[in-house]
Design a protein around this ligand. Structure first.
Ligand SMILES: NS(=O)(=O)c1ccc(NC(=S)OCCc2ccsc2)cc1
Ligand SMILES: [Zn+2]
Length: 266
């Protein structure tokens, strides 16, 4: 009997379950929850999928915020200056924020898995459909409201573009701290290979709404051990509270149910 949705138990390394997920935080009647395991051989090549177009204006970057789940880099989404288009999307979507999920050790940390393999961390760039919906809050509630690009992080060479972000993390060590961060181009965090998988899913933290078109890049980016350790020195807790290290902030795998994962590559 396979557990955790088609990944054999030994591949799950007896994963920790962060308190955030200890209660079975499932959506009653959920049919398109995230994250999922991407079984490469079961993904279906779709020749009609377009290349993903990314156009970010570094000046739309606003600040870095520790929200007690992760650290978010937030952007000015009042105009179409930072957008994505093409790929599986019918409209262009505006960049609102990006954040990461990571583990206490390098054996796990990503939310999605590929053939049941975890990466040490995963980047999510969150965009919303401002063509159809007036606000992000409304888009969060709609099936085509959001588009999130997922990029896996693997242990390797130091990532120079990420380092400017890592250098700012000590200033947002505690929950609800924020610092100004006024120029950053998230395009530097994209892998060079254009290949991606895409499927219909959900947010992986509350409100868990089934409003996300996931675009998961096939090629990971490389970061070094010091950069991963910098993520792990952040805290879930506010200044003055008993310190809890911000690690293992990933949701358990969810059932694929009646979904197909499409690939942009053969
Ligand atoms: N990990 S994830 O990419 O699926 C992801 C992305 C965004 C969010 N939630 C956001 S940005 O919420 C902003 C606050 C809000 C507003 C209306 S409902 C929540 C949760 C999870
Ligand atoms: Zn996320």
């Amino acid at each position: 009997m396979l557990s955790h949705w088609n990944c054999p138990p030994d591949s799950l390394h007896h994963l920790p379950v962060h308190p955030l997920w200890q209660s079975p935080l499932t959506i009653p009647g959920g049919t398109r929850q995230s994250p999922i395991n991407i079984q490469w051989r079961d993904s279906v090549y779709d020749p009609f999928l377009k290349p993903l177009k990314i156009s970010y204006d570094p000046a739309t970057c606003l600040h870095i915020w520790n929200n007690g789940y992760s650290f978010l880099v937030e952007f000015d989404d009042s105009t179409d200056r930072s957008i994505i288009d093409g790929g599986p999307l019918e409209n262009q979507y505006r960049l609102k924020q990006f954040h990461f999920h990571w583990g206490a050790i390098n054996d796990w940390g990503s939310e999605h898995t590929v053939d049941c393999k975890f990466y040490p961390a995963e980047l999510h760039l969150v965009h919303w459909n401002a063509v159809v919906y007036p606000t992000f809050e409304e888009a969060v509630m709609e099936g085509d409201g959001l588009a999130v690009i997922g990029v896996f992080l693997k242990l390797g060479a130091r990532h120079e573009g990420l380092q400017t972000l890592v250098d700012a993390l000590p200033a947002v060590k505690h929950k609800d701290t924020v610092i100004e961060f006024d120029v950053f181009d998230p395009s530097c965090l994209m892998p060079s290979c254009p290949d991606y998988w895409t499927y219909a899913g959900s947010l992986t933290t509350p409100p868990l709404t089934e409003s996300v078109t996931w675009i998961i890049k096939k090629q990971p980016i490389e970061v070094d051990e010091d950069q991963l350790e910098a993520f792990r020195m952040l805290l879930f807790t506010s200044d003055g509270e008993e310190e809890k290290r911000m690690v293992d902030n990933f949701r358990p795998l969810q059932p694929l149910m009646n979904r197909t994962v499409r690939s942009s590559f053969q």
